[in-house]
Design a protein around this ligand. Sequence first.
Ligand code: SAM
Ligand code: SF4
Length: 451
Amino acid sequence: MAKKLHIKTYGCQMNVYDSERIAEVLSPLGFVPWDTTDGADMVILNTCHIREKAAEKVYSELGRLRKQKEAMAADGRRMVLAVTGCVAQAEGEEVLKRAPYVDMVFGPQTYHRLPQMVAEATRASGQQLDTDFPEESKFDALPQDRTVDGATAFLAIQEGCDKFCTYCVVPYTRGAEYSRPAGAVLSEARNLVQAGALEITFLGQNVNNYHGEASDGSTWSLARLIREAAEIDGLERLRFTTSYPAEVDDDLIAAHKDVAKLMPYLHLPVQAGSDRVLKAMNRNHSVDEYRALVDKLRIARPDLALSSDFIVGFPGETDADFRATLKLIEDVTFIQAYSFKYSPRPGTPAALMDLQIDEAVKTERLAELQAVLNAQTLAFNAACVGKTLPVLLDRTGKKPGQLIGRSPYMQAVVVNTSEPLMNRIVDVTITSAGPNSLLGTLEKDNQKACA
Ligand code: SAM
Ligand code: SF4
């Protein structure tokens, strides 16, 4: 009999990818995806440790699940409760102590061992912990066949991080940088296309530092991988995220110019606009270097739209430092951005730095920064009105007859249509724009970029 599996995913796209792969690993054991935690035979929380709030959410969700698990047990059924992701990796023992009703804790590098863990959890009643960084790569043990929900897919090509930004837990939770072999990536990309993907996003914590071994023993860069993947018949769009500015090389810049399938949208986190702060963050690039890089990218691909990550209230950030970040945003312009209050994370150097910033100051700075960023998003969206954009429709909207898709610039575009256009790329003329989405009508006109 099919067993119901509910996976709740927190955090970044890498976690989304991992959750999809976990479901694939468990499918041969009879687990089928289930939309809610109600009545689920197994619930997995795939967690994020990047900020304190993200980690704390996990414990409150576990408290809620405890009640469901107990109610099921009273009914003679068992809910296997598991925690994975970066909280599991960083504080596995702590999770088992704080939530003794959790059956399994496993890290992001060991989910290929899940069939064995599930068998043991079903047989025995003790808790299981597996947060190794195993010698073998999980990728070699994962199923070859991929399933695609809709027409877009993530593909992890690189994992881990050796950069050690002073605020960040990723190098500790995801381990050392590792690039998958080029052949394995291309084969997974072909499988995804065969399963219906029109768009693939290559993922990595430092995706542009990809250096995968090819079958002839040579090492491929991200640019080489993009050029080869673009040759796959049926694949229409390529993206990659997240990039580390100091590792963007000339070949990657050239790929933005030469490879039509590479979308004109780049997530390029800068974090701050003050050299002093960037140095304390150990970011390995200056503000001017970032500006020069953006100029080069825009010369190569004039319609390139940028998004970024920002942290406000890093220890020692003065008002002048913060103003410098605002100035950078005004000069560069971003069509989208993620911005956060600095959150001290245990075990990271910045958590021990002097001059931690007051919460109220962080809140004020974040609001000011987000107002500027939101205005830039709205201005970019408004500039698209009247333009025709190719949109990959892959979701139904809230209202009957509505389909939603993504423009090349990752904007959500809503169209009203009765035609069967799901999972197709169609030309849409934009008729109105809001901060979070665009509305358009189907057209057969030529594509034009927003500017
Ligand atoms: N590797 C990517 C990079 O270098 O930009 C980002 C990875 S991290 C998962 C995503 C974002 O979380 C970072 O870019 C940063 O802005 C934010 N972040 C990481 N640690 C943080 C912390 N301690 N407090 C606030 N934001 C943090
Ligand atoms: Fe974290 Fe820095 Fe690595 Fe990005 S580059 S994952 S921010 S340590």
